[in-house]
Design a protein around this ligand. Structure first.
Ligand code: A2P
Length: 340
């Protein structure tokens, strides 16, 4: 009988936690016992995975020595407190928050980009999952980076509200319903109304005028590519989409690459689907193509008419899957295959 692993899902009742449970089932992850963990208010709720109902337990009372793998997605403060406790108890944490991503002794991993980094997990028993926007950007850019080098990335994101959790999904849907009925909206999760609007602000402002979401794309790209010289200039924007982040990316490569060559490389790349027909509807969109799919979709591949070594791409992916739950579970799959 093949080896099974006891898995704790921290934040199992949340927007990403629920997708984690679905993906564990879809990919037949070899689960022995499953421990769905959440706050005291969710205790005794049941979640379904791999043919069984599992009872949600209180994170605060859980003994992490019972689990070999902990998939954390309950927010940065929860990870800050409980991930070291779990790691010390012998549970390898795969953390979906920003809390440990810049720690030098914690690997930051996208399986299609830097799977070798997983080997460093043993230093702290924690592996960090990158930010959703960084993951889809680097999945799409790594084949080009390897082929011709990339000097600079300019990127504008169009990010779905599910990245802010279930409360944000509710805020968008309720605001939309109220506006369509001529009623005033409540604003709670975001600083401004998100329905029928866009907000050029994600996470807190930094001293340099960029937001933390934007700087995460800079810091994480440099760490994952092990390239402190790569230049990244992001603008992160929240849009009234429930699932699926989009990115308009312009890169300056070190050697020129044509749109045809880039298309060929991306068509052969793992985890990438190219949809680029240069006709009405011949491109990927976050809801219609990306939602509920594992791949990162690349469209609108074209040479930059303003720069000899410039290339433009439109990149969309399901932020709750490849941007969060799926990437974590792909890391766990490599971990159990090669290390545990
Ligand atoms: P709960 O549903 O019990 O509040 P989302 O990202 O959709 O907002 O979900 C956040 C997840 O993190 C939920 O599963 C939530 O559980 C969990 N969570 C939030 N705060 C705590 C806490 N203090 N202790 C344990 N789990 C928490």
């Amino acid at each position: 009988m093949s080896k099974k692993f006891d898995v704790a899902v921290v934040g199992a009742t949340g927007a990403v936690g629920e997708i984690m449970l679905a993906i564990l089932q879809q990919r037949s992850f070899p689960i022995g016992n499953l421990y769905p963990l959440a706050s005291a208010k969710s205790v005794d709720k049941k979640v379904f995975c791999q043919g069984k109902n599992w009872v949600v337990q209180d994170l605060d009372k859980f003994d992490f020595s019972k689990a070999q793998i902990g998939l954390f997605s309950a927010g940065g403060l929860i990870s800050e407190k409980y991930a070291p406790i779990a790691a010390k108890a012998g549970c390898v944490v795969i953390d979906n928050t920003a809390n440990f991503r810049q720690d030098k002794d914690i690997p930051l991993v996208i399986p299609e980009v830097n799977p070798h980094a997983i080997g460093g997990y043993a230093l702290r028993n924690i592996i960090a999952n990158p930010n959703c926007s960084t993951i889809q950007m680097l999945v799409a850019l790594k084949p080009i980076y390897d082929a011709v080098g990339i000097r600079r990335i300019n990127v504008a994101t169009y990010q779905a509200v599910s990245g802010s959790g279930k409360a944000a999904i509710t805020e968008l849907t309720q605001q939309s319903a109220k506006l369509l009925n001529g009623q005033a909206v409540d604003v709670a999760v975001y600083p401004k109304q998100i329905a029928f609007n866009v907000i050029p602000h994600i996470d807190v402002f930094q001293d340099n005028g960029y937001t933390k979401e934007e700087m995460k794309m800079v810091w994480e790209s440099q760490k994952i590519l092990e390239d402190k010289d790569i230049l990244v200039n992001p603008t992160a924007v929240r849009v009234p989409v429930i699932y699926g982040h989009s990115e308009a990316i312009n890169i300056e490569t070190k050697r020129k690459i044509s749109a045809t060559e880039a298309t060929q490389l991306l068509s052969a790349a793992s985890g990438v689907t190219v949809i680029d027909k240069r006709e009405d509807g011949g491109y990927a969109t976050p809801f219609v193509e990306a939602t509920n799919h594992d791949d990162t979709f690349v469209s609108r591949i074209r040479e930059d008419i303003s720069h000899e070594k410039g290339l433009n791409l439109w990149v969309v992916s399901d932020n709750t899957r490849k941007g969060a739950a799926l990437n974590s579970i792909q890391i766990a799959e490599i971990l159990i295959k090669d290390y545990l």
